[in-house]
Ligand binder design. Structure first.
Ligand code: PAF
Length: 286
């Protein structure tokens, strides 16, 4: 079967309404395109649990800052379609910028504390853009569930908060980060990295592994975990750190000392040359 490509919001809504009437369960996989194996794993997982999987492709200008890479964000729709089909997806929603944000558009969704730290500090307005577009994509595709990658850890918390606060009734599933064989977290932006930078980027996962092994060995002092991770990052002076922290997995608060039962997330972000990289790993006693 070929892929159903839908471009208008009203067509998407009619199709989803009809599918829902037939009793089909719908999952949405929101993306900005230039898909990789990480996106394919979200689609495959969604296909396992739902009758219909709608992948969305939209490079959302609202979530890019003025000095960020909106213009040069990689695009390859033909390749994306092949990846969606190979992963078992049968629907793709590809709206234009005008369709999503017509000139009279004037609503944004702003989320509280959970969106203010980490990415929120370094990318002001980013999560407003993400929440607004995801709410619109949900309104268009009318899903029962939506699938996101753990790579954008804070984004998953922000979206869960929005879905809860606005009673959207959508089940948010978070799928573990897929890594290249080197250990580098998969990202559409990895295409910007030179072969040398790709090697240097491995320092993020070494630092995260170091943090995890300290926690596994019983260390719960936040500063000590963070310092050990920063020591590893310091071994790669080309990596310009923005943040390197340990935080509570559900609220992103940063107590001096974690308890034995806390779920902990280790978060790193920074620049390698002109490319901004983020990565994270989680630890839970359960
Ligand atoms: O994670 C992404 O690719 C984007 O932030 C999302 C969720 C598709 C919203 O534009």
């Amino acid at each position: 079967m070929s892929l159903n490509v839908i471009q208008s919001i009203s067509d998407m809504q009619s199709i989803s309404n009809a599918l829902r009437k037939e009793g089909k369960s719908i999952a949405c996989v929101p993306t900005m395109g230039y898909l990789h194996e990480g996106h394919a794993s979200l689609i495959r997982e969604a296909v396992k649990h739902h009758d219909i999987v709608i992948t969305t492709i939209f490079i959302n200008p609202l979530q890019f800052g003025p000095k960020e890479d909106f213009e040069r964000y990689p695009r390859d729709t033909e390749r994306d379609i092949a990846i969606i089909l190979a992963a078992g997806g049968k629907y793709v929603f590809i709206p234009s910028i005008y369709e999503m944000y017509p000139p009279e558009f004037q609503t944004t969704i702003s989320i509280g504390n959970i969106s203010k730290s980490f990415e929120g500090l370094y990318r002001p307005g980013h999560f407003e853009g993400v929440a607004t577009v995801v709410a619109k994509l949900f309104a268009a595709t009318k899903p029962d569930a939506a699938y996101f990658g753990q790579k954008d850890y804070q984004q998953t918390l922000v979206i869960k908060q929005m879905v809860k606060d606005l009673n959207m009734g959508i089940d948010i599933q978070v799928i573990p980060t897929l890594r290249e064989s080197s250990g580098l977290a998969m990202s559409s932006r990895n295409v910007y990295l030179s072969p040398k930078e790709k090697k240097s980027a491995l320092v993020l996962q070494s630092a995260l592994q170091t943090g995890l092994s300290l926690i596994r060995d019983g260390n719960r002092r936040r500063i000590s975990i963070e310092e050990s991770m920063k020591d590893i990052l310091a071994g790669c002076p080309e990596f310009e750190i923005q943040y390197c922290n340990a935080a509570l997995g559900d609220t992103l608060e940063m107590p001096d000392e974690f308890s034995e039962t806390d779920q902990i997330v280790l978060l790193i972000a920074g620049f390698l040359g002109k490319t901004r990289l983020i990565d994270n790993m989680t630890w839970s006693s359960k």
